[in-house]
Every structure is written in C-alpha cells, then in structure tokens.
Write a protein that binds this ligand. Structure first.
Ligand SMILES: [Cu+2]
Length: 127
C-alpha cells in the first residue's frame, strides 16, 4: 500500500517537471524563431518595411485595388505621406512596430515621403 502511494506521488511529481521543461523549451524555441525573424527582415508581397531610415523596397509595384502595409522596424517614428495629388494620404506618426495600411485603387505612380525625414522617399506603381 505504501509502495503504491509512493509510485503515485512520483508520477504526480513527474508531470509538472515535464510540463515546466516543455514550456521552457517552447519559449526558447519561440524566442529563437523571433530573433531569426528580426535578423532577416525581408518584406513580403504588398509589404514595405521602414528600417534603417529607409523604405524597403523604395519602389513597389502592385495591381489596382491592392492594400499595402508599411511596418516601422526602426526605433524612431516615421510617416508615410503622399506627395502625389492623384492619391493623397498621410499616416501621421508611425511608432516602432506599428503599421499603416493604404489601398491603391488608381492606376499610376504615387510618390510618398516621411515628413519627419524628407530625404526618405518611396513610390508605389499601380498597374
Ligand atoms: Cu522618417
């Protein structure tokens, strides 16, 4: 009887330890994956990254009706502000890790800049 009780106690001790180990491994894996993502910041289709004080890619080509997402990977705020009268938009200040979306419905080229750093420019070519 006492042996049985001991073996049940051992089992119930075994599982929380295992659970903690799995949880720690899972979090290590997730933070590793996250650091990988940050090490190779490559924007996907219809996506522009704002990083190292530049729009990446600086020229993006899309079909009419496409929504583009800008993500600020810099530690400082930027804006995405149209300088073309054919399509006017202004994101306002976009902080670190924040995003801005705009849908391009009109065929043509839309130029934009960051109003905080006017040397930062980009273009959207809409086909
Ligand atoms: Cu800027």
């Amino acid at each position: 009887m006492s042996n049985l009780k001991n073996s049940i106690m051992k089992k119930s001790n075994f599982f929380p330890t295992r659970l903690i180990t799995i949880t720690v491994l899972l979090f290590s894996f997730l933070s590793f994956m996250n650091s990988c993502k940050k090490a190779s910041d490559v924007p996907g289709p219809n996506e522009v990254f704002i990083q190292a004080g530049a729009f990446d890619p600086s020229i993006i080509t899309v079909t009419a009706g496409t929504t583009i997402t800008w993500t600020n990977n810099d530690g400082i705020p930027h804006t995405v502000t149209s300088t073309s009268l054919s399509d006017t938009f202004d994101s306002g200040s976009i902080g670190n890790n924040e995003t801005f979306h705009h849908t391009f419905n009109t065929v043509g080229t839309v130029n934009y800049k960051c109003t905080i750093h006017p040397a930062m420019t980009g273009s959207v070519v809409v086909n």
